[in-house]
Ligand binder design. Structure first.
Ligand code: GTP
Ligand code: MG
Length: 202
């Protein structure tokens, strides 16, 4: 996977009525606010801050469609679990994400991002259950790997895996793909490119 061309082609907000019908495969990035969705997208696109990144959670408040190589889309979703927005806004925000996930005809895969240092939250688990319930293979990207020492990483990954597996046993032939990643040192990026290549070739 070599990303040559990147265009922020479409931005969808809570009041946007019509969602784009892109006609090309979409890969969406979901996860709680601040987990590193925009940072991962930047790393994959090889851009420093094309997708806006911030230490303040709730940076991405719209659904942003990045057209890649004129072949497919990365979809940067607003993070959930961000406490500092009003109840009303939270509700319409949730609906916006849900509407997109339910109505996109081109959604090829959803990457669920989880922070390596944290136990998955109820929102994370709800997202994970939704993915599986709707027939999506769970591609879990475990972010901020650089924040843990190498010796702690295996244990952290195992704990996250156990928590996810305990939700519902995997069906026959179903896999739980977990890929550690760091936006700081870019470890895991090649493996994620490979996942994307294989998703696009099917
Ligand atoms: N050390 C480290 N910091 C990271 C990593 N990924 C993201 N961050 C930092 O975490 C903060 C949030 O990153 P974002 O990429 O904006 O997170 P987001 O998931 O897009 O957040 P929302 O847009 O609010 O949903 C920023 O300060 C990033 O620099 C990582 O792999 N390692
Ligand atoms: Mg973001």
């Amino acid at each position: 996977m070599v990303i040559k061309k990147v265009d922020l082609e479409c931005v969808v907000g809570v009041s946007t009525k019509v969602l784009p019908q892109n006609g090309q495969p979409e890969i969406a990035f979901a996860g709680r606010s601040n987990v590193g969705k925009s940072s991962l997208i930047n790393a994959l696109m090889n851009r420093r801050n094309y997708a806006r990144v911030s230490e303040t959670p709730g940076k991405t408040q719209t659904i942003n469609f990045y057209h890649i190589n004129e072949e497919f889309y990365f979809v940067d979703l607003p993070g959930y679990g961000y406490a500092k927005v009003s109840k009303d806004f939270k509700a319409s925000w949730g609906k916006m994400i849900e509407r997109y996930l339910h109505s996109s005809k081109d959604l090829r895969a959803i990457f669920l991002l989880l922070d390596m240092r944290r136990t998955p939250s109820p929102d994370d688990l709800q997202m994970y259950d939704w993915l599986r319930g709707n027939g999506y293979t769970p591609y879990v990207i475990v972010t901020k790997a650089d924040k843990l020492k190498k010796t702690q990483r295996e244990k952290a990954l195992q704990e996250i895996r156990d928590t996810l597996i305990s939700r519902a046993p995997l069906r026959e032939g179903e896999e739980l793909i977990m890929q550690p990643f760091s936006a700081k040192d870019k470890s895991g990026r090649e493996e994620i490119y490979e996942i994307i290549d294989s998703l696009l070739s099917t």
